[in-house]
Design a binder for this molecule. Structure first.
Ligand code: FES
Length: 144
């Protein structure tokens, strides 16, 4: 537990009950701590040019962030198991080298997408970290 989280945990325990033995649940404290962490922003650009920027929760995937925010064009039939290729996106050129390269399984699945390009990635395989704040991905016209 970090310093800020420990302080929240302690403060919450005292402010809610005044009894040190009745502490806030670790889960509630963790959620409160997450709100204090910077949430990366991801921008999704649709084929016709419209874009939407959303805040992403650390540890989620770029696909899950899209689905949770109702981004059109990210189908994600397999739910992130890297077995459908319907979460295909084109990563913006400036981000290509900044992301971890696709592993062998993702690379094989990318052969199934419609119009694979050098910038093609499966968004379910890109984890949201603080380092991807500002990531821009383009949603393809078709998924498979
Ligand atoms: S959601 Fe199925 S491969 Fe990404």
């Amino acid at each position: 537990m970090g310093r800020v989280c420990a302080l929240l945990y302690y403060t919450r325990a005292h402010s809610e009950s005044g009894n040190i033995h009745s502490l806030a649940s670790p889960h509630a404290t963790r959620r409160a701590c997450m709100k204090h962490k910077a949430m990366p922003t991801i921008t999704y650009i649709q084929p016709e040019g419209t874009s939407e920027s959303v805040e992403a929760e650390l540890g989620m995937s770029v696909m899950e962030t899209a689905v949770d925010n109702g981004i059109d064009g990210i189908v994600a039939e397999c739910g992130g198991a890297c077995s459908c290729a319907t979460c295909h996106v084109y990563v913006d050129a400036e981000w290509l080298q900044r992301l971890p390269a696709p592993d062998e399984h993702e690379d094989a699945m990318l052969d199934c997408v419609f119009d694979r390009q050098q910038s093609s990635r499966l968004s379910c395989q890109i984890e949201v970290t603080e380092e991807i704040d500002g990531l821009t991905v383009n949603v393809p016209e078709n998924q498979i």
